[in-house]
Design a protein around this ligand. Structure first.
Ligand code: NAP
Length: 491
């Protein structure tokens, strides 16, 4: 239950994080099992913190606290809830440098990217603070002369939020903001690799004066036990999960008995298509940001880059030239553009995908240096990639860019859609009629057209097929935390 100097020496506000769970407004720094777990910097291996390893018992306590706090929180005016969220937003922005350093230390992404994530997460808090006061109902002409019909919207209740390590701040912010805005209370379970960013949010919420129990965090390594309790406990009305499709399916099965509401932000396998009429330089630029942000560890990363045969060689050459400028290293060092992968398993997965691609005839070119440190993976270009390779079917989650060649629009749309995933897709083209047709034909929840960056709090983020359901951000995002109730009044 300690923070080490490898962490605190880098923070100007050292009280911003506490090494324990946050339950009912109190810091729980002692696990009933007497266990702690370590959080380490993936760039250096240094231990940053030892955190109380909480499990079922603490999860139940957190659910009880959230359940007790929910009616009072929901009874506040929307403006009162919005004011608290605005205070949280202000604190996130004021402490953005410390939050970003914390994020770089536990997750590895470069400081500039980490700060971008903090401000992106804060933007959701601000957006849903604003949306809190716009949860409108409806009146409907009655079906009989004496009937008046009204529709009101109410918070679903206690929500369980389970989030991954790749965006430890923003994935949580995207969920907690709409939940709290409408009057739900929250029990959050962050990824064991990166719990510090979630605990820092809890700290800022404490400082912002949120009532005890409104927001609870249960850090722990026994994800299955914590998840099971959140899914099975009847006091939890809804689960919102961001993570892998496999874990999403486990949670769906566990929630089936209670017919619990769910939002699922799951895995992706994004196609990135460069048509023959694309602006080549813009497409290369878009591929760079879409592919290499967070060292390729995002759910919306370009996973399969399809390039028209006419542009293939020129695109590969220009992309390789840009990739040479990337600099791998410790994200707190100046000019570093690409951090380490999160753990050994991630390295092994990338290596296995590349070995398979090589066996199937692809050309693998590691570009740039690989710094000291076991978790750095060199940025890698794969040419001659084909559909029979694992790399075409699985999320790479590493800084590897596979280029596939195509000839016709029909062919590439079929290839792009030949996956069980449906989160984000990108394409570059200038013919306006093709732009419409391709956008409509791609079976994805999010389409980037002539851009590699699609995330913003004002737009609905989410997938189709096995990438999940529900939307985060925008006016649609708030609906995920509301129940519709219809009132029929006889006059
Ligand atoms: P993961 O293994 O599914 O883990 C995500 C979260 O689920 C973590 O908090 C993890 O805890 C927890 N978890 C693991 N097993 C669990 C269980 N049996 N019951 C309850 N919770 C459990 O995913 P990941 O590999 O960390 O994250 C990467 C995945 O997330 C990728 O597939 C990526 O595409 C997806 N993702 C999707 C979006 C989106 O918006 N669609 C955004 C970001 C990431 P521990 O870490 O403690 O094991």
């Amino acid at each position: 239950m300690t923070l080490t100097s490898a962490l605190t020496d880098k923070l100007s506000e050292k009280r911003i994080v506490v090494a324990g769970g946050f339950i009912g407004g109190k810091w729980n720094t002692v696990s009933s099992r007497g266990k702690v777990f370590r959080v380490a910097n993936p760039a250096t291996g240094e231990v940053l913190a030892q955190i109380s390893d909480l499990s079922t018992h603490a999860t139940r306590e957190a659910i009880d606290a959230a359940h007790a706090a929910q009616p009072g929180w929901a009874a506040l005016s929307a403006k009162a809830r919005a004011d608290k969220l605005k205070a949280l937003h202000r604190l996130m922005v004021e402490n953005a440098n410390d939050l970003a350093r914390l994020l770089t230390l536990e997750q590895g992404k470069p400081f500039a990217e980490a700060k971008g994530e903090i401000l992106y997460g804060a933007a959701y808090i601000e957006w849903f603070a604003e949306e809190a006061r716009r949860v409108y109902g409806d009146t409907i002409p009655g079906h009989q002369a004496d009937k008046r019909i009204m529709v009101i919207k109410q918070p679903v209740g206690v929500v369980g939020l389970i989030t991954p390590w790749n965006f430890p701040n923003a994935m949580l912010a995207r969920k907690l903001a709409p939940a709290l805005a409408v009057g739900c209370t929250v029990v959050a379970k962050p990824a064991a690799e990166t719990p510090l960013s979630a605990l820092a949010i809890a700290r800022l919420m404490e400082w912002a004066g949120f009532p005890p129990g409104v927001f609870n965090v249960v850090p722990g390594t026994d994800a299955a036990a914590i998840g099971q309790e959140l899914c099975a406990n009847p006091k939890v009305a809804k689960i919102s999960f961001t993570g892998s499709t496999n874990v999403g399916k486990i949670l769906m099965r566990q929630c089936a008995d209670g017919v619990k509401r769910m939002s699922m932000e799951l895995g992706g396998n994004a196609p990135f298509i460069v048509f023959e009429d694309a602006d080549l330089d813009a497409a290369v630029e878009g591929a760079m940001v879409s592919k290499f942000r967070n060292a390729g560890q995002t759910c919306v990363c370009a996973n399969r880059i399809y390039v028209h045969a006419d542009l293939y060689d020129a695109f590969a050459e220009k992309l390789a030239a840009k990739m040479e400028k990337l600099r791998l290293g410790n994200g707190l060092e100046k000019d570093v553009t690409t951090g380490p992968l999160i753990n050994e398993k991630a390295i092994e997965k990338v290596e296995a995908l590349l070995a398979d691609a090589s066996e199937h005839g692809a050309r693998i070119s590691a570009i740039g240096d690989r710094p000291e440190g076991a978790l750095f993976y060199p940025t890698t270009l794969v040419t001659g990639a084909t559909g029979d390779m694992r790399i075409a079917r699985e999320e790479i989650f590493g800084p590897v860019a596979p280029l596939f060649r195509f000839e016709t629009t029909e062919e590439v749309i079929a290839l792009a859609n030949a996956t069980e995933f449906g989160l984000a897709a990108y394409f570059y083209a200038r013919d306006i009629s093709k732009v419409y047709k391709v956008a409509e034909a791609l079976e994805y929840g999010i389409i980037g057209i002539n851009t590699g960056i699609i995330s913003t709090e004002v737009a609905p983020f989410g997938g189709v097929k096995q990438s999940g359901f529900g939307r985060e951000g925008s006016k649609y995002g708030i609906e995920d935390y509301l129940d519709i109730k219809y009132l029929c009044l006889s006059v």
